[in-house]
Design a protein around this ligand. Structure first.
Ligand SMILES: [Zn+2]
Length: 283
């Protein structure tokens, strides 16, 4: 509806349309006068998991009360308790058309020629009811994407997958377990976990994306991460923004990520081996 209205405005009153759009696009820097839009958790659901739907939609509302503030504090965004810049809906389904199959949740944005206009989060109860213990983490991960994309607006296009995913995993707080799973899957060999950051987005690379964000935090700290996001908002790519804030070229940064990741994976391997050893002794 809102999209159509804006397109209609542009066609009929281009000057007024541009004023409306520029207020939306530049709202990051406007003050309390900007209008925030409350996320809309849809009450319509007609699948097989009615009980989970009732419980999970209640949980979504509870989590949003404090998670939005935490995301804002971590990444340097303001005002998300009051709402989003763009319309944002959360919808439950059975099965979904997620770009990566069998994910419990995904968020996408609908855009037109003028930029991002609305976002939707789809929560797939077929998957989420099979792994109920993962619900909070999955939701916080997706909510982080939604907030980042909402704040960056049309500049979200500059985000590269490793940065976008790494930040979401970092905020959701389950990065260590991604890394541990990957290391165990690789029979405790660090090398298979180490991947290229430039390659296509793949869930098997998520542990590396998270380790890259950790390496970045070790270098620039949380305030540095906020500055990098601010630079992306100003039109830089994450790689350019990292160079601006840390002074490291993209190649030099990747070398640091590699050595950081190798160090962390070896530390984790030692811990796992020690735990296995004491288990064996205990028997
Ligand atoms: Zn993600």
């Amino acid at each position: 509806m809102k999209d159509n209205f804006i397109i209609w405005l542009l066609q009929n009153f281009s000057v007024l349309g541009i004023v409306v759009l520029s207020q939306i696009i530049f709202s990051r820097h406007s003050n309390a006068e900007s209008t925030r839009i409350k996320p809309d958790v849809l009450e319509k659901y007609s699948g097989q998991h009615e009980e989970a739907f009732v419980a999970d939609s209640k949980r979504v509302l509870e989590l949003m009360k404090y998670v939005l503030e935490r995301i804002g504090e971590t990444l340097g965004f303001q005002g998300y308790q009051e709402g989003f810049n763009y319309p944002f809906t959360i919808r439950f389904t059975d099965g979904s058309a997620a770009p990566i199959p069998n994910v419990g949740a995904y968020t996408y944005f609908k855009s037109d020629q003028m930029g991002v206009m609305a976002q939707e989060m789809v929560l797939d109860l077929d998957v989420l009811t099979a792994y109920p213990q993962d619900f909070d983490r999955e939701f916080i991960h997706e909510l982080t994407h939604a907030v980042v994309h909402d704040d960056l607006g049309s500049k979200s296009r500059n985000l590269t997958p490793w940065f976008d995913e790494g930040v979401a995993i970092y905020v959701a707080g389950d990065g260590e377990s991604w890394v541990e799973h990957a290391l165990r899957r690789a029979h405790l060999k660090p090398e298979p976990v180490l991947t290229d950051l430039d390659g296509p987005q793949q869930s098997t690379r998520y542990p590396q994306y998270f380790l890259a964000i950790q390496a970045l935090l070790e270098k620039v700290g949380q305030e540095g991460l906020k500055k990098i996001i601010q630079r992306i908002f100003e039109g830089r790519t994450p790689e350019e923004a990292i160079q601006d804030v840390s002074g490291l070229s993209w190649d030099a940064f990747q070398v640091q990520v590699h050595s950081y990741s190798l160090r962390k994976l070896n530390e984790m391997k030692t811990l796992i081996l020690k735990a296995q050893e004491s288990e064996t002794k205990g028997l």
